[in-house]
Design a protein around this ligand. Sequence first.
Ligand SMILES: [Zn+2]
Length: 239
Amino acid sequence: MKVLILWSGGIESTALLKWVLENTEAEVFTHYIHNLTPSASERCDAEISCMSWMTPRLQNIRFFTQTPLSTFSYWGQTEPADYIHHGLKGLEAMRLAGCDLFIRANCEEDQWSKSPDRKTYNRRVNYPGHWTIDRRAVIEPHLRPGEEKDKVYINLKIAEQPKTWHTSYLGDLLHLTHSCRAPRLGEQCNVCRSCKEREAAIQGTSAVPAIANRIASEGVPGKEVYTRRHWQEDTGQLK
Ligand SMILES: [Zn+2]
């Protein structure tokens, strides 16, 4: 199986890449979507730097192929636009690399009010005003014969784990990842949502109260919450 991972150098996509390299035999490709919007330029510079620092460490687990960057530009940092572009760029990169499927990483904080079918991106309860997007529906008009949206753009149950699970899985790679949406001169802002969620995750809790409450009573999930068996269920592949 050939898998393309949308890798941004952040916590979840790096944890996902590490997990797939360590636990599967899939042939792995990564792809970075470069946002050329001026307000995103420092963030992208920081992400690309972080990936270059982490690449030797991750390549040391086993080989993977980094595909050329793709680009998009959208005025303003709007998450719905990110999600639309990620689906379309991921589909395009998947085809160019000859992969069977592509994966965009997430954590529970991204979808904690998720719908029962796990297909709906829904942050409205916690963040009033946000759009609700079925991420996979975005690619549907662009599919070719033989491509099924649920099979080429898959949701992994690893994305249902709180961010603190991903930070602990990363171990000492964590300090090489980048989260801040609005860094200045290479320093994280400490006020954006990503910085707040990152800091809470490092502390072993969550910036989303509902998740923090559950962790307080049940503890941080262990490594066994996502295993090779889950990967097989999610991808339909034995390897
Ligand atoms: Zn920040």
